[in-house]
Ligand binder design. Structure first.
Ligand SMILES: O=c1ccn([C@H]2C[C@H](O)[C@@H](COP(=O)(O)OP(=O)(O)OP(=O)(O)O)O2)c(=O)[nH]1
Length: 148
């Protein structure tokens, strides 16, 4: 798949997202900031990435996800938990960085703060019905199969 990407800030030109290994699902996104940002516990900041993508196909979306290491070791996740990038969005990719840990964390310029995953999407059409067809589960949910 080819995706149009716009460089909005020349400083990111030689640091564009790339798959780290042939099996990588995510592309690391870097913080396009001029100076370190100190994130206090519980604080959330919106971090620019200096780039925009245009997926241009309703059958795809991109998800911004936390980096496992940052989340596990330092408590840096996303203020919106997951960022959803619509296929018609052309603006700058922004990362909502949330320090859910108990100590300050400093985001350095160009630090890899999140990752972008391209995913397939189905835009559904809904048929209004009075009754659904047969199903094994029916309306049972929220642990109805025995999960505590
Ligand atoms: O982490 C994120 C989440 C979203 N976006 C951009 C891409 C997305 O297509 C657009 C709108 O996001 P969303 O629909 O989730 O935001 P909203 O709060 O529902 O606002 P809107 O009224 O703009 O849809 O913002 C980002 O850059 N980073």
């Amino acid at each position: 798949m080819h995706i149009d990407i716009k460089i909005l800030n020349e400083k990111i030109k030689d640091k564009l997202p790339a798959y780290a290994t042939s099996g990588s699902a995510g592309l690391d996104l870097r913080a396009l900031i001029d100076a370190p940002i100190v994130l206090e516990p519980s604080q959330t900041v919106l971090i620019p990435t200096g780039m925009a993508i245009h997926l241009n196909d309703p059958n795809y979306a991109a998800l911004i996800l936390p980096r496992s290491g940052l989340g596990h070791k330092h408590g840096i996740v996303l203020g919106n938990l997951v960022g959803l990038i619509d296929s018609d969005y052309q603006g700058e990719l922004m990362v909502s960085a949330w320090n859910r840990g108990q100590t300050t964390f400093t985001i350095e310029p160009f630090e890899r703060i999140a990752q972008l995953v391209i995913v397939p999407v189905v835009q559904a059409q809904f048929n209004i019905v009075d009754e659904f067809g047969e199903s094994n589960r029916g309306v049972g949910g929220f642990g109805s199969t025995g999960v505590k």
